[in-house]
Ligand binder design. Structure first.
Ligand code: NAP
Ligand code: G4F
Length: 337
C-alpha cells in the first residue's frame, strides 16, 4: 500500500526537500499551504518541472496552523501514515517583533495538529520540527538530547512548548511522536532573510556590481551549520523507528558569522571587510552566542551522519547564488537545487 504523508510548512526550505525525498520513496504526499497574494510554491518547482519526480502523487491543500478545523478535516480525509510539522513563524529576530503571533503558530499550532490527530483517532506517526534555539544560552558544550533548555527568544520559548507538548502526547496517549532537535541547516533554498543566504546572495550581487554594501548585525555568534537536504532524511528515519524518541541532528562543528564571511567572500576573491557594515537593527534583544550539537545518538540509532560540512556548504550556496543571478540576467528561469 502506498504510504501517505502530510507535511505542514511544505513551501519552506525543509518542506520542499522532504517532499522530494518522500516522493522518491514512493509516498503519496499532502502539503498544507497558506493562501498568499503571490505564488509561494517556488521551492516546489523542481518537482513540478520534472515529470519523473512523482508530482502526480503530490496534493496541496489550503490551510493554516491557526485554523484547527481545517487541520482536523484534513487529518480525517487524508488519514496520513506520517505527519511532519515543519510549519512555523521560523525567524528568531521577527519573533521579538511578533511574539504573540509566533506563539500562536509555532507553539499552539503544534498542539492544534496533535489534537486533530487525537480527535480523529487516526493511527499516525508525528514529527515535530524542534530547534537548537531551545538551548539558547547553552548550559553545556556540545548540546545533546539531555542538555537543559534556556531559550533566548519568543521563537525559542514557543519551540520549547511544542517540544514538550509532543513529548506529552507521546506519554499521555501513546502517540508515536518524535522531536528532531535540528541545528541550523542551510541550502540554496534557505530564506534570504537568514544570515547565511543573505551573505551568499550578497556575494553574487557584489561580484556582479549590483550592490556594494551588506548590512549585518552580530558577527560573533557561532552556529553549527549543516546541509538541509541531508537533514530531512533524519526526520524520516526518526519516524521509521519502532520506538519514538527525540534526536539531536547536527554536524558537531561550530563557526562564527565572521568565518562564514571569510569563506563566502574568499571563495570569489573578495574581501568582506570592504563591504560589510554593522547595522544595530539586526541585533537581537537577547542573543544565542554558541550552538554546537552532538549527534552521536542519531548516528548510533538511526545510522545518520552529515556528509556536507561547513566549507563545502558555504561554497555550494555561493555557487548557486552566482548561477541564479547569471540565469536571471540572461532571462532563464532556473529551479534551485
Ligand atoms: P521556513 O523555510 O521558514 O519555512 C516555514 C514554513 O512554515 C513555510 O512553508 C511557511 O509557509 C510555513 N508557515 C508559516 N506560518 C504558517 C502558518 N501560520 N500556517 C501554515 N504554514 C505556515 O523554515 P525551514 O527552514 O524550512 O524550517 C522548517 C521547520 O524547522 C520550522 O518549523 C523551523 O522553525 C524549524 N527549524 C529550522 C531550522 C533551520 O535551521 N532551518 C533549525 C531547526 C528547526 P509560507 O511559505 O507560506 O511562508
Ligand atoms: O540566520 P539566523 O537568522 O538564524 P538563527 O537565529 O540561528 O535561527 C535559525 O536557526 C534556528 C536553529 O538554531 C532555527 F530554529 C530558526 O528557525 C532559524 O532557522 O541568525 C544566525 C546568527 C544570529 O546570531 C544573528 O544574530 O546570525 C546573526 N546575524 C548577524 N547579522 C544575523 C544578521 N541574522 C540575520 N538573520 N540577519 C542579519 O543581518
Amino acid at each position: 500500500m502506498t504510504r501517505k504523508a502530510l507535511i505542514t510548512g511544505i513551501t519552506g526550505q525543509d518542506g520542499s526537500y522532504l517532499t522530494e525525498f518522500l516522493l522518491a520513496k514512493g509516498y503519496e504526499v499532502h502539503g498544507l499551504i497558506r493562501r498568499a497574494s503571490t505564488f509561494n510554491t517556488g521551492r516546489l518547482d523542481s518537482i513540478y518541472s520534472d515529470p519523473h519526480s512523482g508530482q502526480d502523487r503530490l496534493t496541496l491543500h489550503y490551510g493554516d496552523l491557526s485554523d484547527a478545523s481545517v487541520l482536523a478535516r484534513l487529518m480525517g480525509a487524508i488519514q496520513p501514515d506520517e505527519v511532519y510539522n515543519l510549519a512555523a513563524q521560523s525567524h528568531v529576530r521577527v519573533s521579538f517583533d511578533s511574539p504573540e503571533y509566533t506563539t500562536d503558530i509555532t507553539a499552539t499550532g503544534a498542539v492544534r495538529l496533535l489534537e486533530a490527530i487525537r480527535e480523529t483517532g487516526i493511527k499516525t506517526r508525528f514529527y515535530q520540527a524542534s530547534s537548537s534555539e531551545m538551548f539558547g544560552q547553552a548550559q553545556e558544550v556540545p548540546q545533546t538530547e539531555r542538555t537543559p533548555f534556556h531559550p533566548r527568544s519568543p521563537y525559542g520559548c514557543a519551540k520549547v512548548f511544542a517540544y514538550w507538548i509532543t513529548v506529552n502526547y507521546r506519554e499521555s496517549y501513546g502517540l508515536h511522536a518524535c522531536n528532531g532537535i535540528l541545528f541550523n541547516h542551510e541550502s540554496p533554498r534557505r530564506g534570504e532573510e537568514f544570515v547565511t543566504r543573505k551573505i551568499t546572495r550578497a556575494v553574487a550581487h557584489i561580484l556582479a556590481g549590483l550592490q556594494t554594501k551588506l548590512n549585518l548585525g552580530n558577527l560573533e555568534a557561532k552556529r553549527d551549520w549543516g546541509y538541509a537536504r541531508e537533514y530531512v532524511e533524519a526526520m524520516w528515519l526518526m519516524l521509521q523507528q519502532e520506538k519514538p524518541e527525540d534526536y539531536v541532528i547536527a554536524t558537531g562543528e561550530t563557526h562564527s558569522i565572521r568565518e562564514f564571511l571569510d569563506t563566502a567572500f574568499g571563495h570569489v576573491g573578495l574581501d568582506w571587510t570592504k563591504h560589510v557594515e554593522i547595522d544595530e537593527r539586526y541585533y537581537r534583544p537577547a542573543e544565542v552566542d554558541l550552538l554546537v550539537g552532538d549527534a552521536t545518538k542519531a548516528k548510533r540509532q538511526l545510522g545518520w551522519e552529515p556528509k556536507v560540512k561547513f566549507t563545502e556548504l558555504v561554497k555550494l550556496m555561493v555557487d548557486s547564488d552566482l548561477q541564479l543571478l547569471k540565469d536571471c540576467r540572461e532571462g532563464r528561469t532556473r529551479v534551485t537545487s
